[in-house]
Ligand binder design. Sequence first.
Ligand code: ZN
Length: 338
Amino acid sequence: MAKLKGKIALLLALILSVSFHSYGNEEERTNRDTVSALVITPTNPLYKSISTLSGEKIVSMIDSLLELENIPIGLIKEINDYAENQLLKHDFYNSLTNYYENSAIPSNSTYGKWDTRNISPYNESITKNDTSLVLTLTDKKNNCNFIAPLQDPVVTSNFGWRHGRNHNGIDLDLQVWDPVRASFDGMVRISLYHPGYGRVVVIRHYNGLETLYAHLHRLKVKAGDIIEAGQVIGLGGNSGQSTGSHLHYEIRYKGKPLNPKHLISFKKNELLSDSLLLTKQKWNYSILPLGLKYHTIQRGDFMFKIANRYGLTVNELCEINGIRRNKVLIVGRKLRIK
Ligand SMILES: [Zn+2]
């Protein structure tokens, strides 16, 4: 408990330091675009206490924070981002996922199980030996592409902690009857009515991912159907536990939810890159799209400066990284720039 109190004190100190910075920095005050861009430099006394923690320590710190009654969600996200970064330093590519296998069932050797009744049938044993792996998303040679689930997606709720619980997907606005399309080639594993998800389709893909489409009005496929990317698998709706018609869209790997925004730009309705580096964390996988360019945050950087350098607006920079304009910039961390 004393340990936990110490951690909370550190975190509170971080919050205080951050709010102090936001009012104390002349540079940030003079430029509208950088009003809330904050930097923790190596000279900040807090920098050391955070940067010397190992990924595992940070993860366990997040764990203990999650047990609190009032969870500082923004802070958890910050620390989580940092933990992912720390863990990525120890990358080693220990497996390359094959796109196709010698089985009628997609990614059969990865899962070893085909369950058409349970949406989440996998246990921890299938992930326990994972460290880092590269996942191929598309295979243009064989015409296996990505198609966005909706034509003009408007994100209404993001992945992550929402209202005190985990939102394992992303919500996209739609009108009832709008066609919903399969993201990649694959086979339908689930097509049924579920009390929470409503009419829901889960597709297993050849690239190892599973995608889930919930709250549908009509199901257009059945378990076992072989699907091509872009095929209409259902019509959008409001079934199950849903307020207002929308698509709840999940991307999973071995049963663990991935942040769809780390794979897909919903603004452009296309993949961020053709392959991903997945790194196993305590309870999920972090994602690094491969082949993208990154900017390493330097001392004296602020949002507008970084965006401007790469010909982006601050809004574009935030969109690419899935961050808010008031993101705390920590020296040494990486921002995606295209
Ligand atoms: Zn949702």
